[in-house]
Design a protein around this ligand. Sequence first.
Ligand SMILES: [Zn+2]
Length: 428
Amino acid sequence: MREPRTDGEPERLHRLEQRPRLVGLPAHAGALRRHNLALVLAEIARGEGASRAQIASVTRLTRGTVSALVDTLLSAGLVVEGGPNRGSVGRPGNALRLNAEGPVGLGIEINVDYVATALLDFTGRARSVRIVAGDNRAAAPQAVLGRSVHMAQQMVAESLTESSKIVGIGVAVPGLVSSEGVLRRAPNLPGWESVAVAETVESMLAMPVEITLVDNEANLAALAEHWYANADVGDDFVRVSGEVGVGAGIVIGGELWRGVNGLSGELGHVTVDPQGPQCSCGGRGCLEQVAGQEALLREAGATMPAGTALGVPDGPISALVARAKRGDEQTLAALRRAGAALGIALSSLVNVLDVPTIVLGGLYADVAPWISDEVSRELHARAIGYHDAGVRLLVSQLGAEAAVRGAAGLVIRRIIDNPSLVADHLAR
Ligand SMILES: [Zn+2]
C-alpha cells in the first residue's frame, strides 16, 4: 500500500484555492443561476400559487433575482402567472403555477405484448395516451421501435399545439437498462440485447429534444404511482407490475431504489416453488412461472389469442375477468393459486425491506377482487411486521397507462429539477 503523500498537500490546496479565479466568474455565476432557477421552479411546482415576493421570502433570494428568474421561466413557457394569490400578507402578488398549456414530455413504452405512447404536460396531466397491442417477441427491435415512433409522431400531429414543444422523451422497456439508455437485455424479449434505445428513438423521431431517458417499465410504473396516482401511496412502497413478466418498483423515502446494477425489483424471478417449472432465467419455480400472465391464462384453461393483454378491451385479461365474474371454477382456482404465490413472494420482500405499502398493478389490479384475499392471507402468515405495523394492500388505478405516464413524467421531473436544461432553448 502506498503511503499518503503529505508533502504534496499544500500545493494541491493552493491550486484548489486558485481554481475559481483561474476558471473565472462566468462558470461560477452560471452554476449559481442554474441552482437558483431550480430553487424558484421547485417552489412554483409545489402548486400553492406562490407570488414572486413569497418565493423570495422562502428561497432567501432578492426580489430582483427572483423576478429575473421567473421571467426566464415565463418566457420558456414552463410557468404561467395568474391573478392575485390568496392568503398573502400585505400587497397580494400574482400566483405562479406550472403551465398546463406549455411544453410536454413524450412517453414511449415498449412492452412484451403492447406498445404505448403518452404526452404529459408539466402539471402531470395526460394530453393523450395510446396503447396498441401486438406480440413483440417475434419482431426485430428496430421494427418495434419504428412502430412506437410512428405512433408518437401521429399523436404529436393530432394533439400538440404550436406552444407545446416536446422537451424530452422517456422510454419504458421491460428489461435491464444501462445509464446510457441501452437496453442490455429483456428476459421476455429474446433477441433484444444491447439495443441502443435512446439513440435509435432519437434518430427515428427526427425531432430536436433536449433529453432522452430510458428506464425499466416496473420502475417507471412505480414512479407514476408516486407522482400521479389518486390514492395516497406515501413515500415508501413497492408496486408490483403483473404482465408477461412480473416486476416490482421499489420506492423508499420517495426515491426509486434501482439497485447497484439496476437489477432491483426482479420479483418475477423470486423462487416460490423450488421444484416448480423451469424458468427462462435459468432458475426453477420462479413467481413468473406460477403467477405471470401466461401461466395464469394457461392454468385458467383460457384459450385466448396470445400476446395481447393490458389495455385491450377484448384481450385475454378482460376475458379472464369475465370468466371470474361468471364464477368459472378453473379460473378462480388459477387466480387463487397465483394470489398465494404472489403473497409468498411479497412476504419475503416485506420481511427484507420493511415497507408498509404494496400496490398491485398491471393485470393484478384487474384481478384484485379474486387474488387480494390470498395475497393478504400469505402476508398475514409470513410477514413479520404484519401484526406490528400492518401492511397496506392497495390496487393501482392507473391501469395499463402507468409505465408510459411514468416515462413521460421522468422527463418532466428531470427538467423541474434542472430547468436550465431547456429554459434558454425554449425561450428562443
Ligand atoms: Zn426466473
